[in-house]
Write a protein that binds this ligand. Structure first.
Ligand SMILES: *Cc1c(COP(=O)(O)O)cnc(C)c1O
Length: 388
Protein backbone atom coordinates (compact mmCIF):
# COMPACT_ATOMS: atom_id res chain seq x y z
CA UNK A 1 0.00 0.00 0.00
CA UNK A 2 1.47 3.27 -1.18
CA UNK A 3 0.85 5.27 2.01
CA UNK A 4 2.81 8.29 0.79
CA UNK A 5 1.17 8.47 -2.64
CA UNK A 6 4.54 7.99 -4.38
CA UNK A 7 5.96 11.25 -3.11
CA UNK A 8 2.58 12.95 -2.90
CA UNK A 9 1.60 12.75 -6.56
CA UNK A 10 -1.01 10.02 -6.50
CA UNK A 11 -4.60 10.91 -5.58
CA UNK A 12 -6.71 7.89 -6.55
CA UNK A 13 -4.39 4.90 -6.37
CA UNK A 14 -2.36 3.22 -9.08
CA UNK A 15 -3.94 2.12 -12.38
CA UNK A 16 -7.30 3.69 -11.72
CA UNK A 17 -9.61 2.30 -14.44
CA UNK A 18 -11.23 5.68 -15.14
CA UNK A 19 -7.92 7.50 -15.68
CA UNK A 20 -6.54 4.52 -17.61
CA UNK A 21 -9.51 4.58 -19.99
CA UNK A 22 -9.22 8.33 -20.52
CA UNK A 23 -5.55 7.92 -21.42
CA UNK A 24 -6.20 5.08 -23.87
CA UNK A 25 -8.90 7.17 -25.51
CA UNK A 26 -6.54 10.17 -25.73
CA UNK A 27 -3.75 8.00 -27.11
CA UNK A 28 -5.99 7.19 -30.06
CA UNK A 29 -6.68 10.87 -30.72
CA UNK A 30 -3.45 12.82 -30.29
CA UNK A 31 -0.51 12.04 -28.02
CA UNK A 32 1.30 15.38 -28.21
CA UNK A 33 1.43 18.46 -30.33
CA UNK A 34 3.63 21.54 -29.97
CA UNK A 35 2.11 24.36 -27.98
CA UNK A 36 3.41 27.35 -29.96
CA UNK A 37 0.67 29.12 -31.90
CA UNK A 38 -1.19 25.84 -31.52
CA UNK A 39 -3.43 24.19 -29.01
CA UNK A 40 -5.60 21.14 -28.38
CA UNK A 41 -8.86 20.33 -26.68
CA UNK A 42 -7.61 18.76 -23.43
CA UNK A 43 -5.37 21.78 -22.68
CA UNK A 44 -8.16 24.28 -23.33
CA UNK A 45 -10.66 22.34 -21.27
CA UNK A 46 -8.15 21.89 -18.45
CA UNK A 47 -7.32 25.60 -18.35
CA UNK A 48 -11.03 26.44 -18.23
CA UNK A 49 -11.76 23.95 -15.45
CA UNK A 50 -8.75 25.02 -13.37
CA UNK A 51 -9.82 28.66 -13.50
CA UNK A 52 -13.23 27.59 -12.19
CA UNK A 53 -11.99 25.59 -9.20
CA UNK A 54 -9.05 27.75 -8.06
CA UNK A 55 -9.67 30.63 -5.67
CA UNK A 56 -10.44 34.17 -6.79
CA UNK A 57 -9.43 35.67 -10.09
CA UNK A 58 -6.67 33.27 -11.15
CA UNK A 59 -7.99 33.24 -14.69
CA UNK A 60 -4.90 32.39 -16.74
CA UNK A 61 -2.82 29.23 -17.01
CA UNK A 62 0.76 28.77 -18.14
CA UNK A 63 1.59 25.11 -18.70
CA UNK A 64 4.91 23.39 -18.06
CA UNK A 65 6.18 19.91 -17.41
CA UNK A 66 7.01 19.55 -13.71
CA UNK A 67 6.92 21.30 -10.38
CA UNK A 68 10.38 22.84 -10.52
CA UNK A 69 9.57 24.40 -13.89
CA UNK A 70 6.42 25.89 -12.40
CA UNK A 71 8.54 27.55 -9.71
CA UNK A 72 10.95 28.87 -12.35
CA UNK A 73 8.06 30.27 -14.37
CA UNK A 74 6.45 31.99 -11.38
CA UNK A 75 9.78 33.62 -10.44
CA UNK A 76 10.55 34.73 -13.99
CA UNK A 77 7.03 36.04 -14.52
CA UNK A 78 7.12 38.08 -11.33
CA UNK A 79 10.52 39.58 -12.12
CA UNK A 80 9.55 40.35 -15.72
CA UNK A 81 6.25 41.92 -14.67
CA UNK A 82 8.07 44.45 -12.48
CA UNK A 83 10.61 45.13 -15.24
CA UNK A 84 7.78 45.92 -17.65
CA UNK A 85 6.45 48.53 -15.22
CA UNK A 86 9.84 50.14 -14.64
CA UNK A 87 10.48 48.64 -11.20
CA UNK A 88 13.90 47.55 -12.34
CA UNK A 89 15.30 47.13 -8.82
CA UNK A 90 12.86 44.37 -8.01
CA UNK A 91 15.20 41.50 -8.78
CA UNK A 92 15.19 39.51 -5.53
CA UNK A 93 13.00 36.79 -4.11
CA UNK A 94 12.31 35.81 -0.55
CA UNK A 95 11.05 32.49 0.80
CA UNK A 96 10.55 30.64 4.07
CA UNK A 97 13.13 28.79 6.12
CA UNK A 98 12.77 25.05 5.64
CA UNK A 99 10.79 25.65 2.45
CA UNK A 100 11.07 23.50 -0.68
CA UNK A 101 10.30 24.65 -4.21
CA UNK A 102 12.26 22.28 -6.43
CA UNK A 103 15.87 21.54 -7.34
CA UNK A 104 16.62 23.27 -10.65
CA UNK A 105 18.99 26.20 -10.06
CA UNK A 106 16.32 28.91 -9.78
CA UNK A 107 13.97 26.85 -7.66
CA UNK A 108 16.84 25.55 -5.52
CA UNK A 109 17.76 29.17 -4.77
CA UNK A 110 14.43 29.69 -3.02
CA UNK A 111 14.51 26.24 -1.41
CA UNK A 112 16.03 26.40 2.07
CA UNK A 113 16.74 22.79 3.00
CA UNK A 114 20.52 22.30 3.32
CA UNK A 115 20.35 18.64 2.29
CA UNK A 116 19.33 19.65 -1.24
CA UNK A 117 21.40 22.77 -1.75
CA UNK A 118 24.65 22.55 0.20
CA UNK A 119 26.72 21.05 -2.63
CA UNK A 120 25.37 23.46 -5.22
CA UNK A 121 25.49 26.61 -3.12
CA UNK A 122 28.09 28.38 -5.33
CA UNK A 123 25.71 28.13 -8.28
CA UNK A 124 22.72 29.65 -6.54
CA UNK A 125 21.32 33.19 -6.33
CA UNK A 126 21.27 34.59 -2.87
CA UNK A 127 17.83 34.59 -1.30
CA UNK A 128 16.68 35.94 2.05
CA UNK A 129 14.79 33.38 4.10
CA UNK A 130 12.03 34.52 6.42
CA UNK A 131 11.35 32.76 9.74
CA UNK A 132 8.96 29.86 9.25
CA UNK A 133 5.65 29.81 11.14
CA UNK A 134 5.99 25.97 11.47
CA UNK A 135 4.65 25.42 14.99
CA UNK A 136 7.20 22.71 15.82
CA UNK A 137 9.52 25.63 16.67
CA UNK A 138 7.14 27.10 19.19
CA UNK A 139 8.36 27.98 22.70
CA UNK A 140 6.55 27.14 25.94
CA UNK A 141 3.44 29.18 26.68
CA UNK A 142 3.10 30.32 23.08
CA UNK A 143 0.09 29.44 20.91
CA UNK A 144 0.30 28.47 17.23
CA UNK A 145 -1.46 31.72 16.46
CA UNK A 146 1.00 33.87 18.42
CA UNK A 147 3.92 32.06 16.84
CA UNK A 148 2.55 32.61 13.33
CA UNK A 149 1.93 36.30 14.05
CA UNK A 150 5.50 36.69 15.30
CA UNK A 151 6.85 35.16 12.07
CA UNK A 152 4.59 37.49 10.08
CA UNK A 153 5.86 40.54 11.91
CA UNK A 154 9.43 39.56 10.98
CA UNK A 155 8.31 39.30 7.36
CA UNK A 156 6.87 42.79 7.61
CA UNK A 157 9.98 44.23 9.17
CA UNK A 158 12.09 42.75 6.35
CA UNK A 159 9.82 44.00 3.58
CA UNK A 160 9.43 47.44 5.10
CA UNK A 161 13.17 47.86 4.43
CA UNK A 162 13.69 45.82 1.27
CA UNK A 163 10.46 45.88 -0.71
CA UNK A 164 11.86 48.07 -3.50
CA UNK A 165 14.32 45.28 -4.36
CA UNK A 166 11.94 42.38 -3.77
CA UNK A 167 9.87 40.97 -6.63
CA UNK A 168 8.09 38.11 -4.89
CA UNK A 169 7.65 36.06 -1.75
CA UNK A 170 7.23 32.34 -2.45
CA UNK A 171 5.89 29.92 0.15
CA UNK A 172 4.18 26.58 0.63
CA UNK A 173 0.74 27.39 2.08
CA UNK A 174 -0.21 25.66 5.38
CA UNK A 175 2.16 22.65 5.07
CA UNK A 176 5.90 22.78 4.37
CA UNK A 177 6.04 19.31 2.94
CA UNK A 178 9.66 18.39 2.13
CA UNK A 179 10.76 20.29 5.24
CA UNK A 180 9.21 17.50 7.31
CA UNK A 181 5.47 18.20 6.98
CA UNK A 182 5.71 21.34 9.08
CA UNK A 183 2.25 22.83 9.58
CA UNK A 184 1.27 26.37 10.49
CA UNK A 185 -1.64 28.60 11.44
CA UNK A 186 -3.53 30.14 8.47
CA UNK A 187 -3.23 33.59 10.05
CA UNK A 188 0.31 33.64 8.67
CA UNK A 189 -1.03 33.43 5.11
CA UNK A 190 -3.53 36.17 5.79
CA UNK A 191 -0.81 38.42 7.17
CA UNK A 192 1.58 37.53 4.33
CA UNK A 193 -1.10 38.47 1.78
CA UNK A 194 -1.74 41.82 3.47
CA UNK A 195 1.98 42.59 3.86
CA UNK A 196 2.75 41.70 0.23
CA UNK A 197 -0.10 43.98 -0.89
CA UNK A 198 1.12 46.80 1.30
CA UNK A 199 4.67 46.60 -0.06
CA UNK A 200 3.86 45.69 -3.68
CA UNK A 201 5.49 42.29 -3.63
CA UNK A 202 3.97 39.31 -5.45
CA UNK A 203 2.82 36.41 -3.33
CA UNK A 204 3.55 33.05 -5.00
CA UNK A 205 1.69 30.09 -3.51
CA UNK A 206 3.50 26.84 -4.23
CA UNK A 207 0.65 24.33 -3.92
CA UNK A 208 2.55 21.68 -5.85
CA UNK A 209 2.31 19.28 -2.90
CA UNK A 210 -0.80 20.55 -1.13
CA UNK A 211 -3.24 21.35 -3.95
CA UNK A 212 -6.25 19.22 -4.97
CA UNK A 213 -7.73 18.46 -1.58
CA UNK A 214 -4.62 17.32 0.26
CA UNK A 215 -5.06 19.70 3.20
CA UNK A 216 -8.80 19.20 3.51
CA UNK A 217 -9.69 22.13 1.23
CA UNK A 218 -9.38 22.00 -2.53
CA UNK A 219 -6.47 24.44 -2.30
CA UNK A 220 -4.51 25.22 0.86
CA UNK A 221 -4.88 29.00 0.32
CA UNK A 222 -8.58 28.52 1.06
CA UNK A 223 -7.75 27.90 4.74
CA UNK A 224 -6.90 31.60 4.92
CA UNK A 225 -9.31 32.73 2.18
CA UNK A 226 -6.53 34.42 0.29
CA UNK A 227 -5.72 34.57 -3.40
CA UNK A 228 -2.04 34.54 -4.41
CA UNK A 229 -0.74 36.51 -7.41
CA UNK A 230 0.75 33.31 -8.81
CA UNK A 231 -0.25 29.75 -8.00
CA UNK A 232 1.97 26.75 -8.82
CA UNK A 233 0.34 23.35 -9.31
CA UNK A 234 1.86 19.98 -10.27
CA UNK A 235 2.14 16.55 -8.55
CA UNK A 236 -1.54 15.59 -7.96
CA UNK A 237 -2.59 17.63 -11.01
CA UNK A 238 -2.54 14.48 -13.17
CA UNK A 239 -3.49 12.14 -10.34
CA UNK A 240 0.20 11.28 -10.34
CA UNK A 241 0.09 9.66 -13.78
CA UNK A 242 2.26 11.97 -15.87
CA UNK A 243 4.46 15.01 -15.37
CA UNK A 244 2.55 18.24 -15.87
CA UNK A 245 2.50 21.57 -14.08
CA UNK A 246 0.70 24.84 -14.41
CA UNK A 247 1.23 28.36 -13.11
CA UNK A 248 -1.99 30.28 -12.69
CA UNK A 249 -2.19 34.03 -12.46
CA UNK A 250 -4.45 37.05 -12.58
CA UNK A 251 -5.59 39.05 -15.57
CA UNK A 252 -3.51 41.96 -14.26
CA UNK A 253 -0.26 40.02 -14.60
CA UNK A 254 -1.34 38.38 -17.86
CA UNK A 255 -2.18 41.74 -19.48
CA UNK A 256 1.30 43.10 -18.74
CA UNK A 257 2.73 40.56 -21.19
CA UNK A 258 0.04 40.83 -23.84
CA UNK A 259 2.17 42.78 -26.28
CA UNK A 260 3.44 42.42 -29.80
CA UNK A 261 7.05 43.19 -28.94
CA UNK A 262 8.84 39.90 -28.27
CA UNK A 263 11.01 41.26 -25.45
CA UNK A 264 7.84 42.18 -23.60
CA UNK A 265 6.27 38.78 -24.01
CA UNK A 266 6.81 36.07 -21.46
CA UNK A 267 9.32 33.68 -22.99
CA UNK A 268 9.53 30.26 -21.44
CA UNK A 269 9.17 27.13 -23.49
CA UNK A 270 9.45 23.42 -22.84
CA UNK A 271 9.12 20.90 -25.64
CA UNK A 272 6.39 19.00 -23.84
CA UNK A 273 4.49 22.01 -22.53
CA UNK A 274 0.79 21.18 -22.22
CA UNK A 275 1.26 17.56 -23.31
CA UNK A 276 -2.10 16.20 -24.45
CA UNK A 277 -1.88 12.89 -22.59
CA UNK A 278 -0.94 14.64 -19.36
CA UNK A 279 -3.78 17.16 -19.77
CA UNK A 280 -6.21 14.32 -20.37
CA UNK A 281 -5.03 12.48 -17.24
CA UNK A 282 -5.59 15.73 -15.40
CA UNK A 283 -9.14 16.12 -16.74
CA UNK A 284 -9.95 12.57 -15.65
CA UNK A 285 -8.50 13.37 -12.21
CA UNK A 286 -10.73 16.44 -11.91
CA UNK A 287 -13.71 14.27 -12.88
CA UNK A 288 -12.88 11.86 -10.06
CA UNK A 289 -12.44 14.69 -7.56
CA UNK A 290 -16.01 15.73 -8.39
CA UNK A 291 -17.50 12.23 -8.63
CA UNK A 292 -16.03 11.07 -5.34
CA UNK A 293 -16.90 14.39 -3.70
CA UNK A 294 -13.38 14.25 -2.34
CA UNK A 295 -13.37 17.08 0.18
CA UNK A 296 -16.42 15.74 2.03
CA UNK A 297 -15.70 12.04 1.58
CA UNK A 298 -12.17 12.41 2.92
CA UNK A 299 -13.41 13.94 6.16
CA UNK A 300 -14.81 10.61 7.38
CA UNK A 301 -11.46 8.94 6.61
CA UNK A 302 -9.57 11.72 8.41
CA UNK A 303 -11.76 11.33 11.50
CA UNK A 304 -11.40 7.56 11.48
CA UNK A 305 -7.61 7.66 11.15
CA UNK A 306 -7.31 10.28 13.90
CA UNK A 307 -9.41 8.15 16.20
CA UNK A 308 -7.31 5.03 15.54
CA UNK A 309 -4.10 7.05 15.90
CA UNK A 310 -4.79 8.14 19.49
CA UNK A 311 -2.31 5.55 20.87
CA UNK A 312 0.29 6.85 18.42
CA UNK A 313 -0.38 10.43 19.40
CA UNK A 314 0.14 9.68 23.11
CA UNK A 315 3.05 7.28 22.56
CA UNK A 316 6.13 8.09 24.63
CA UNK A 317 8.47 8.07 21.57
CA UNK A 318 6.16 10.20 19.42
CA UNK A 319 6.39 13.99 19.33
CA UNK A 320 4.38 16.72 17.58
CA UNK A 321 1.66 14.43 16.23
CA UNK A 322 -0.15 16.58 13.69
CA UNK A 323 -2.77 16.31 10.99
CA UNK A 324 -4.00 18.57 8.22
CA UNK A 325 -6.52 17.05 5.82
CA UNK A 326 -5.02 13.90 4.28
CA UNK A 327 -1.56 14.56 5.78
CA UNK A 328 -0.38 13.15 9.11
CA UNK A 329 3.09 13.50 10.60
CA UNK A 330 5.04 13.06 13.81
CA UNK A 331 8.64 12.92 14.97
CA UNK A 332 10.01 9.74 16.52
CA UNK A 333 12.51 9.96 19.36
CA UNK A 334 15.18 7.46 18.46
CA UNK A 335 18.95 6.98 18.71
CA UNK A 336 19.07 5.08 15.44
CA UNK A 337 21.08 7.16 12.93
CA UNK A 338 19.63 4.96 10.15
CA UNK A 339 16.07 5.43 11.42
CA UNK A 340 14.56 6.52 8.12
CA UNK A 341 15.95 3.66 6.09
CA UNK A 342 15.27 1.05 8.77
CA UNK A 343 11.70 2.25 9.16
CA UNK A 344 11.23 2.14 5.39
CA UNK A 345 12.43 -1.51 5.36
CA UNK A 346 10.25 -2.56 8.30
CA UNK A 347 7.22 -0.92 6.71
CA UNK A 348 7.88 -2.79 3.44
CA UNK A 349 7.78 -6.06 5.38
CA UNK A 350 4.26 -5.05 6.38
CA UNK A 351 3.31 -4.30 2.77
CA UNK A 352 3.50 -0.55 3.36
CA UNK A 353 5.38 2.04 1.33
CA UNK A 354 6.43 4.68 3.87
CA UNK A 355 9.55 6.77 3.67
CA UNK A 356 10.24 8.98 6.69
CA UNK A 357 11.90 12.37 6.17
CA UNK A 358 14.70 11.99 8.71
CA UNK A 359 12.93 11.24 12.00
CA UNK A 360 9.59 12.49 10.72
CA UNK A 361 7.16 9.72 9.86
CA UNK A 362 4.27 10.87 7.71
CA UNK A 363 1.21 9.43 6.01
CA UNK A 364 -0.11 10.90 2.78
CA UNK A 365 -2.34 8.15 1.47
CA UNK A 366 -4.26 8.21 -1.79
CA UNK A 367 -7.87 9.32 -1.28
CA UNK A 368 -9.21 5.84 -2.07
CA UNK A 369 -7.83 4.45 1.20
CA UNK A 370 -10.59 2.50 3.00
CA UNK A 371 -11.24 1.67 6.66
CA UNK A 372 -9.50 -1.69 6.53
CA UNK A 373 -6.43 -0.09 4.94
CA UNK A 374 -6.42 2.72 7.51
CA UNK A 375 -6.44 0.09 10.29
CA UNK A 376 -3.59 -1.80 8.63
CA UNK A 377 -1.57 1.40 8.24
CA UNK A 378 -1.98 2.69 11.80
CA UNK A 379 -1.63 -0.69 13.52
CA UNK A 380 1.49 -1.63 11.56
CA UNK A 381 3.13 1.71 12.30
CA UNK A 382 2.34 1.32 16.00
CA UNK A 383 3.98 -2.09 15.96
CA UNK A 384 7.12 -0.73 14.25
CA UNK A 385 7.37 2.16 16.73
CA UNK A 386 6.88 -0.19 19.69
CA UNK A 387 9.86 -2.22 18.50
CA UNK A 388 12.07 0.89 18.29
C1 LIG B 1 7.72 18.40 -5.30
C2 LIG B 1 7.68 19.86 -5.11
C3 LIG B 1 8.24 20.74 -6.05
C4 LIG B 1 8.99 20.26 -7.27
O1 LIG B 1 8.21 19.51 -8.14
P1 LIG B 1 8.91 18.49 -9.18
O2 LIG B 1 7.80 18.05 -10.07
O3 LIG B 1 9.46 17.37 -8.32
O4 LIG B 1 9.98 19.25 -9.88
C5 LIG B 1 8.13 22.10 -5.82
N1 LIG B 1 7.49 22.57 -4.75
C6 LIG B 1 6.92 21.76 -3.83
C7 LIG B 1 6.20 22.36 -2.67
C8 LIG B 1 7.03 20.38 -3.96
O5 LIG B 1 6.52 19.58 -3.01
Amino acid sequence: MDAISSWWVNLFGHCHPYINDALVDQLNKIEHVMFAGFTHEPAVELAERLTQITPGNLDHCFFASDGSSATEIALKMSFHYWQLYGNTDKINFISLRNGYHGETLGSLSVTEIPFFKQTYAPLLRSTKYMPSPDWRNISDNETHLEFALKAASELESFLSKHHTQTAAFILEPIVQAAGGMGMYHPIYLQRARAICDKYQVHLIADEIAVGFGRTGKMFACEHAEIVPDLLCLAKGLTGGYLPLSVVMTTDKIYQAFYQDEVSKAFVHSHSHTGNALACRASLATLDLIEQYNVIEANQAKIDYLNQLALPLQSHSSVKNFRNCGMIWAFEVETDDPQFSNNFFQKALEKQLLLRPLGKTVYFMPPYIINEYEIEHLVNSVLQIINLQ
